[in-house]
Design a protein around this ligand. Structure first.
Ligand code: AMP
Length: 416
């Protein structure tokens, strides 16, 4: 079933949304991108004359109630965006009454799903790898089904619209589907859009195809890097991982972030790039500072000759030029992860250079896909959001989809 085909009149739809939005210390939503992302689906249900029950996680409460991660804090913001007074169910697993009372055109938000360990299916308070852990996990699998069944009992149909968690096999993303037949479960508009964006990158790749991978560590991105080396023409590796590559060639990296146990991984990446004929682009110079602070004094050094008392916090001017040249003229662009500590205004020039080059290439007809919280934050910070082709709401999910993995949240809807 597709959401466009479905008539929600008189029906209750339970929608898995991704309302894992950042809050300030007073519980105010500081970025409501994810809430806005879910609106087309929610509004379609309401406009048809249906009622919506929204469910989401927020943060990592690890199976325990944590008031700081209560979704009650976002009720006002969701109401404002949706244009409907949203009701709140303070216990997601005991919301039958609230759900039953919903009338057409009304909306209900359930409390954080991850207040229950059943959502993730991960045992709490038992050491990983022990027999106790395995036993607890098995027991939890059973209660996970009960939890999902309970959630399903609130509604007539199920919509999966949380791309950010579509790569997780959780109760609300890939267990609940079994309690709805194929005619009563579907992807939401956001999911459809995300899937289309991934297809645009992978389906009919317009070349040259460049990927820009940044962030702090090579270890967390090695899977996707290796995978991309089989697909792209050029790969820019930037951010903190630069120094692991420098070190692998006996460079001096000072106090820079560096994974000493991943030097062989770095060399392996270089070898694979060579074998596959992929042009690997890395920063020849770095903007360095004596401490991790926006106001620290800056100096530029080669990325492999950083003085002992300094650390590289951004790509240097030569690197910025090189990155921009590499991106220019490309027809497909994927960006995940910043080129430096972009959160510091004084160390965001490298990321800005990448963002600007992507915007220019997009204006010349490239398809650019930006994914992962930090690169999305970069694009927003530099005011480039409407100058790129698509900004994904998913970090891990996007990368797994690009790796060619079938996301459990999508497979569940298709009944795979
Ligand atoms: P990740 O979560 O691995 O995508 O990394 C994102 C984080 O990497 C951002 O918060 C950046 O501030 C950080 N980062 C990027 N470059 C560096 C660097 N040279 N040194 C330390 N942190 C960095």
């Amino acid at each position: 079933m597709t959401i466009d085909q479905f008539n929600f009149a008189g029906k209750k739809a339970i929608v898995r949304v991704d309302f894992n939005v950042p809050l300030d210390e007073n519980g105010n939503v500081t970025d409501d991108t994810r809430i806005r992302g879910a609106l087309p689906t929610l509004k379609k249900v309401l406009a048809d004359g249906g009622a919506v029950i929204m469910m989401s996680h927020m943060g990592k409460p690890k199976g325990k109630v944590n008031p700081k991660l209560s979704l009650s804090q976002i009720v006002a913001k969701v109401s404002e965006r949706l244009g409907v007074e949203v009701k709140f169910a303070a216990d997601c697993a005991n919301a039958s009454e609230e759900a039953a009372a919903l009338k057409p055109g009304e909306a209900l938000l359930l409390e954080n799903l991850r207040f229950y360990p059943e959502e993730e299916g991960k045992p709490v308070g038992v050491e990983k790898g022990t027999p106790e852990f395995e036993a607890a996990k098995k027991a939890l699998k059973e209660s996970q089904k009960e939890f999902a069944k309970k959630l399903a009992s609130y509604a007539d149909c199920y919509i999966m619209d949380a791309f950010g968690t579509a790569h997780r096999k959780h109760a609300s993303t890939a267990v609940i589907d079994q309690y709805f037949d194929a005619d009563n479960r579907m992807l939401g508009y956001l999911m459809e859009k995300e899937v289309k964006a991934v297809d645009a990158v992978l389906g009919d790749i317009k070349r040259p195809f460049i990927a820009i991978m940044g962030g702090s560590k090579v270890s967390s991105k090695i899977g996707i890097i290796e995978n991309l080396l089989g697909k792209v023409d050029k790969l820019i590796l930037c951010g903190g991982m630069t120094y692991t590559f420098s070190k692998a060639h006996n460079g001096e990296v000072g106090k820079s972030i560096c994974e000493l146990d991943k030097l062989d991984v770095a060399l392996g990446v270089e070898e694979l790039a060579k074998k596959n004929g992929v042009e690997l682009v890395m920063a020849p110079d770095a903007v360095c500072a004596p401490e991790f602070s926006n106001d620290a004094p800056q100096s530029v050094h080669p990325s492999n000759a950083i003085p002992a008392d300094l650390e590289g916090l951004d790509a240097g001017p030569e690197a910025q030029k090189l990155f921009a040249e590499a991106i220019k003229g490309c027809k497909t662009i994927l960006w995940n992860g910043p080129a430096g500590v972009f959160e510091f205004d004084n160390f965001c020039a490298g990321s800005r250079a990448i963002g600007n080059a992507i915007a220019e290439a997009t204006a010349e007809g490239a398809f650019s896909l930006i994914g992962g919280g930090d690169s999305v934050a970069c694009v927003n910070k530099f005011g480039l959001a409407d100058k790129v082709s698509y900004i994904s709401t998913g970090g891990g999910a996007l990368l797994e989809a690009i790796e060619g993995k079938v996301l459990p949240g999508i497979a569940a809807i298709k009944g795979e």
